[in-house]
Design a binder for this molecule. Structure first.
Ligand code: SAH
Length: 220
């Protein structure tokens, strides 16, 4: 198990070096690396995929959804540049793996999942594994989760055709959002959205990616 995680971390590091020209990240943040190394990905995948749990690949989790590729989980987490006291919103709980990583790097994670059965499974998983600073809501993440806003970090793990305006609103000044934007199953761009202290927004393209589609978008 330790060997498998080490191999996975080595692969992520090598992919970081390979993509540094696009992402501006030459190596994994040591804190993100520690969180990856402490998170048992085999506990977040279906029984039949346990042998592939530490491969640097996305895997099916049912309902047409996937647990993201570990390299992408690492990169998105890294881009959020979290501090210990931060509060983070995730859209797309899925297996809960990304939320589990985030929970070790910040104070509280709120995560919204569209598929009720996935939300229930992830909730049970967090309880069993002892992650006690993650709260899950089943619903449409398009509207964010206003009760706990504003957020220091927002991470969206399904590809939207545009950036949902409620999420920009719920970002704290000084906060960051990482979100894949593009058409379903076609070119998508991972974007880093930053809100500065004055509330101005800047958006950077980071990397071409492939994510499952964001459900229930409702732009005016
Ligand atoms: N972060 C997840 C990746 C899951 S894949 C993990 O670590 O496993 C993306 C997830 O986004 C899917 O579970 C999908 O059901 C969910 N999703 C899609 N549209 C959504 C929406 N509008 N609100 C909340 N979740 C959504």
């Amino acid at each position: 198990m330790k060997k498998k995680i080490q191999r996975l971390l080595d692969e992520i590091e090598s992919e970081y070096r390979y993509t540094r020209g696009m992402t501006g990240k030459a190596s994994l943040d040591p804190r993100v690396k520690a969180a990856l190394s402490d998170t048992p990905r085999d506990k977040f995948v279906p029984q039949g995929s346990i042998d592939s749990a530490f491969d640097n690949n996305p895997l099916s989790i049912g309902y047409g959804q996937t647990i993201s590729q570990p390299y992408i989980v690492a990169l998105m987490t890294d881009l959020l540049a979290l501090e210990a006291e931060d509060v983070v919103l995730e859209i797309g709980t899925g297996s809960g793996y990304q939320a589990a990583i985030l929970s070790q790097l910040c104070n509280q994670v709120y995560s919204i999942e569209y598929v009720e059965a996935l939300a229930a499974t992830a909730r049970a998983r967090f309880e069993k594994l002892g992650y006690d600073n993650i709260e899950i809501m089943a619903g449409n993440g398009f509207d964010g989760w206003p009760e706990h806003a504003p957020y220091d970090g927002i991470i969206v793990t399904a590809a939207a055709t545009q950036i949902p305006p409620p999420l920009i609103e719920q970002l704290k000044p000084g906060g960051r959002m990482v979100i894949p934007v593009g058409r379903p199953y076609s070119h998508q761009e991972l974007k880093l959205v930053e809100k500065n202290r004055d509330g101005d927004i800047s958006i950077k393209d980071i990397l071409g990616v492939v994510f499952v589609p964001f459900q229930g978008e409702r732009y005016e």
